[in-house]
Design a protein around this ligand. Structure first.
Ligand SMILES: O=C(O)CCC(=O)C(=O)O
Ligand SMILES: [Fe+2]
Length: 280
């Protein structure tokens, strides 16, 4: 791992000097506002390789524009007229599926490395984490092209691990509203304010750099990638882990995200673990 990750700054090996201090900081930041950035996680000399690998993969993404709401519930759900789930947005990002990412790609090496997974679990304070069994959704490259955005939403997953691999020229900013809802309260009025453009006081913006590792708890914090401008796409690797082994996506959701399904998805129908809770 040492050639890939700046292990002087981020000791990954169990018991390594300084590891506990990094974990303390990550846990404190996550507890404070559900987001933690570990800047310069990947060594500077590998950033161009990280970017170039993503650039080669990006054309293989599944490009669609999907009409969505912030809660990822059906658009025809019966709700009061002023419910924020009735605000429809366009999700214009594309996902490159894991089976198209070579085993030698830096993001795949990271995703499947036991020490990395252990480190991420420890940052979140989780007993253990597992790779997805899903052959498509475990590791994806999220591509946001100029003019597109990944609009405001809550994640279904409790936590997300991601890494920018290519910056856009402008726009494409990660924006979030820390703890805008809680298990006890949806806080629909504030969510509505953000979705209608008058909630700026609730929004935090993060400047991410390629190779920074981002740990995020998106279930209670509304978040988005603002529209990308300029000529360059924005690329992010999303490392999906789960506390229980065996996660594989539901057939319909998989088709929506990737435009195809594999025999593994069909075989798992009916007995999947948290089947339809991928990515969003
Ligand atoms: O690409 C990003 O930075 C954020 C992606 C995201 O929010 C998601 O996939 O749920
Ligand atoms: Fe998200």
């Amino acid at each position: 791992m040492g050639h890939l990750v700046d292990t002087d700054r981020y000791p990954l090996e169990a018991g390594a000097a300084g590891r506990a201090a990094v974990l303390d900081r990550a846990r404190a930041e996550l507890a404070a506002d559900g987001c933690c950035i570990l800047p310069g996680f990947v060594r500077a000399e590998l950033l161009e390789k990280l970017r170039a690998e993503g650039e080669l993969l990006a054309p293989h993404g599944y490009y669609t524009v999907e009409r969505v709401n912030a809660y990822n519930i059906p658009l025809d759900a019966e709700l009061p007229a002023d419910h924020p789930a009735r605000i429809v947005m366009e999700r214009g990002n594309a996902f490159v599926a894991r089976d198209l990412i070579p085993a030698t790609a830096l993001i795949e090496v990271l995703y499947s490395h036991e020490q990395f997974r252990r480190f991420v679990a420890d940052c979140f304070g989780l007993a253990e984490l597992h790779e997805y069994t899903d052959p498509l959704a475990g590791l994806v490259l999220n591509v946001v092209s100029p003019g597109m955005s990944h609009p405001w939403h809550f994640d279904t997953n409790e936590f997300t691990v991601s890494m920018l691999t290519q910056e856009p020229e402008s726009g494409g900013v990660f924006e979030y509203c820390p703890a805008i809802r809680s298990p006890q309260a949806e806080n629909l009025a504030d969510v509505r304010r953000v979705l209608t453009g008058s909630g700026d006081d609730l929004i935090r913006r993060i400047t991410l750099r390629p190779g920074d590792l981002q740990l995020f708890q998106g279930r209670f914090s509304l978040h988005r990638v603002s529209p990308v401008a300029g000529t360059r796409q924005r690329h992010t690797a999303i490392f999906a882990y789960s506390e229980q082994p065996g996660v594989i996506g539901a057939v319909e959701r998989t088709r929506q995200l990737f435009g195809r399904v594999l025999p593994a998805h069909l075989a798992a129908t009916g007995n999947s673990v948290r089947g339809d809770q991928l990515l969003d």
